[in-house]
Design a protein around this ligand. Sequence first.
Ligand SMILES: Nc1ncnc2c1ncn2[C@@H]1O[C@H](COP(=O)(O)OP(=O)(O)OP(=O)(O)O)[C@@H](O)[C@H]1O
Length: 378
Amino acid sequence: MQFGMLVGCLLCAQRIFRGDMTVGDFVLFLSYLNQMYVPLNWFGNSYRVIQKNFVDMERMLEVLREKPEDSEPLMVVEDPTSSQEPVPADHIQVDSVQGDIEFSNVSFCYHLEEPILRDISFRVPAGSTVALVGPSGSGKSTILKLLYRFYEVDQGSITIDGWDIRSLPPKALRRFLGMVPQDTALFNDTIRFNIQYGRAGCDFEEVTLKEVQRSARAAQIHNKIVTLPAGYETQVGERGARLSGGERQRVAIARTMLKNPSIVLLDEATSALDTYTELSIQSALQTMTRNRTTLIVAHRLSTIVHADLILVLKDGRIVERGSHNSLVRDPRGLYHRLWFTQLREDQELARSYRPSCSPDSTTDTSSVTVSCCEDGVE
Ligand SMILES: Nc1ncnc2c1ncn2[C@@H]1O[C@H](COP(=O)(O)OP(=O)(O)OP(=O)(O)O)[C@@H](O)[C@H]1O
């Protein structure tokens, strides 16, 4: 195009020089040329964009055609697979789900050579709270993942209200399960969207800002959100990177509160919070889980003493079960040891602060105040 314009201009210049053309003719020539170039440019651009989109489309189809590997069946459990008759999704009325959960002789492994859960059997009667405790890696979170149908059990069965969960389409199942996971994944969108997402697949569009705010208040995050420049419309960044771990966890709690599910699964739901926020949020969680089937995974045992049943897991097996009072009385039990270890740690922590903050301390009071503030203790 540039070359064509150059040649055209040189020809015009030669003709004007010879007197065959006026300067006005030259301007006319340039205008015509420009008018012709605009659509030509448009065609060129469109061709380039279409080419690029074809390449992108090809890549996207490659991703869609990708078959999940056998060893990583995460999120691929789509079709009902139990021997029971599949339950059509529209047969399941979310409001009518009682939430009676039963694990019967469940065994599971991620990799063939490494069993993670062995012969797990327990029942969570509708409306009750069961806590799973035990050393790290004992399989607590895996139990919740199986219930959520991220994976299929290898042996045994899991039923909800008598339905084998393998006979339920995962989408229908997840409509009445609400999970607050250990690592909350947030979408790169606004805080409002991320809370509202709790109702995805139900009435997402109809959720009002008031409802979102009510859940955020219950999850103790509302006051923080309103201090942000864009409030509820603040972008949280990739995977919620612009929020702290505790804030992300509270957004996840608000999301679950908004969903209002029949069954609540809390996987270390308050582990990223400081003790003060945890205490205040615990009361909100207890309100949410009252009369609702709840499975809690917790490391801090003081947060699950109210549970109707506590299951102690070790190496993928249930080694103890009972209420807090009965378990803590057994001096040979794992729960007893865990409880008193945590109690001792808490007491030692409290004692380590006391000398410098004690009013009886022989230290000068002014220096005491400074050292307390430096430690972050009021
Ligand atoms: N996706 C996975 N693939 C392979 N192994 C896994 C996977 N997820 C967990 N595991 C293994 O399964 C075992 C149990 O993990 P799980 O997360 O259930 O334990 P946990 O008791 O919840 O631990 P924690 O208290 O530390 O969260 C661990 O040994 C872990 O390494």
